[in-house]
Write a protein that binds this ligand. Structure first.
Ligand code: URA
Length: 316
């Protein structure tokens, strides 16, 4: 199902109304003021008709509300032209907000600062059930707007619950959304080759993403989406306890490490997150677009192999 940017925005807005939008642009302002300001701004951006704060609506109703026609527009001044590029609904929404409210989100918070490291490391035998419990907790998730943006399957993870090596990508694409497994499309085939070149099999590593639902049009996850979802990835990392995590691309690096820096400045050295050593490399989808960078990615993987004592497979 492909939504127009306007339908997408509508779905987001309905969802945010259900939540009271207290978290989206929260900064240091008094909490009593912001929701009211946002309600007004969002109501205005959608219908151009001033609305009273809606009564709480069960989340399930947000979906049908999203499909409902927009209310008639009142004769109000035209809103500034909103970009309709592969537009994130948040871009559209932000374009209607005052500069104060539309200011970028504060910097990401490192995974290490989001939750204390668990005192107990689970035994290998306990890990599969612990991961299943996390998956059960996620359920048919409606915690963030991606639940309403056309997702088909929640993509939890794939691989060995006792893996020494974990790969973290950005979020599911179309193939992953259809299958429920991470990295099964073209980028996934390249990732499988990268894993093979390291002397491992896909089943021996653990693969997950920053967000578990497909962002529409494969856009980058919004901070509110990533920040909502990563609580589960943190639990997965804490259960699997990999020695090394490879962050595939800038989004994975940004959220794992809590830094917003160029990939180039993060590659080629070790970072740390949740007790694991973290290496940053190019996302396989980027390598498909620019295969000349494969040699650079191979250098990153060799750094990981050196750390883990891995050898490339013997040539047949
Ligand atoms: N890209 C990602 O970041 N993750 C996937 O699972 C697939 C493509």
């Amino acid at each position: 199902m492909s939504l127009t940017p306007q339908q997408n925005l509508r779905a987001y807005v309905d969802y945010l109304r259900d939540l009271g939008i207290y978290d989206l642009y929260r900064r240091d302002e008094p909490q009593t003021l912001l929701p009211e300001l946002l309600r007004t701004a969002i109501a205005d951006s959608v219908s151009r008709v001033p609305m009273a704060a809606p009564p709480p609506v069960p989340v399930a109703r947000a979906v049908s509300a999203a499909a409902a026609p927009l209310p008639p527009r009142a004769a109000l001044p035209p809103r500034p032209a909103a970009s309709t590029k592969e537009a994130s609904p948040f871009d559209l929404l932000a374009s209607t907000l005052s500069p104060e409210l539309a200011a970028p989100m504060p910097k990401p918070i490192p995974f290490d600062d989001l939750a204390p490291l668990p005192l107990k490391i689970l035994s290998p035998a306990e890990r599969p059930a612990a991961l299943e419990a996390v998956r059960a907790d996620i359920g048919d998730c409606t915690r963030c707007p991606l639940a309403y943006a056309g997702r088909h399957k929640i993509v939890f993870a794939d691989g060995d619950p006792n893996a020494r090596l974990m790969f973290v990508g950005e979020g599911p694409g179309a193939d992953e959304d259809a299958s429920g497994l991470p990295f099964v499309g073209k980028a996934g085939q390249l990732l499988n080759n990268m894993i093979g070149a390291m002397g491992l099999k896909r089943e021996e590593v653990y693969i997950a993403n920053i967000v578990k639902c497909r962002p529409p049009g494969n856009r980058t996850p919004e901070p509110v989406e990533a920040n909502t979802c990563t609580q589960f990835l943190i639990k997965q990392i804490d259960i699997v306890r990999p020695e090394v995590i490879v962050a595939l691309g800038a989004t994975a690096a940004t959220y794992l490490l809590g830094v917003k820096q160029s990939l180039g400045s993060l590659r080629g050295r070790w970072h740390s997150s949740r007790g694991a050593k973290v290496a940053v490399t190019y996302h396989p989808a980027f390598l498909l677009r620019d295969p000349r960078q494969k040699g650079e990615a191979w250098k990153d993987l060799q750094m990981v192999m050196g750390e883990m004592g891995l050898k490339p497979p013997a040539k047949a």
